[in-house]
Ligand binder design. Structure first.
Ligand SMILES: [Zn+2]
Length: 81
């Protein structure tokens, strides 16, 4: 898996999908890839804060990347219906 595939898979990962193969690939990638690990940490942290009722400012660049990624994923998911 490359970084793009990892980011795409993250959506399912944080949605609570626990596909063992994806988790394994993710974790293996995260061991070697510091930028992706930071993204995952940030997402986990954000979700935790979000669930706890806090809002959080993401760094602009990460926010933009996440936003683009999520929009692509949502379009892929819902535009076909
Ligand atoms: Zn990566």
């Amino acid at each position: 898996m490359n970084c793009e595939q990892i980011l795409a898979a993250l959506n399912d990962y944080v949605d609570g999908v626990r596909d063992t193969a994806i988790c394994k690939a993710l974790e293996e990638h995260l061991t070697d890839c510091n930028p992706c690990r930071l993204v995952v940490d940030n997402i986990r942290h954000t979700i935790k804060l979000y669930k706890a009722g806090y809002e959080m400012e993401l760094p602009a660049e990460l926010n933009q990347r996440l936003h683009n990624m999520l929009r692509e994923r949502w379009e892929a998911k819902f535009a076909k219906r």
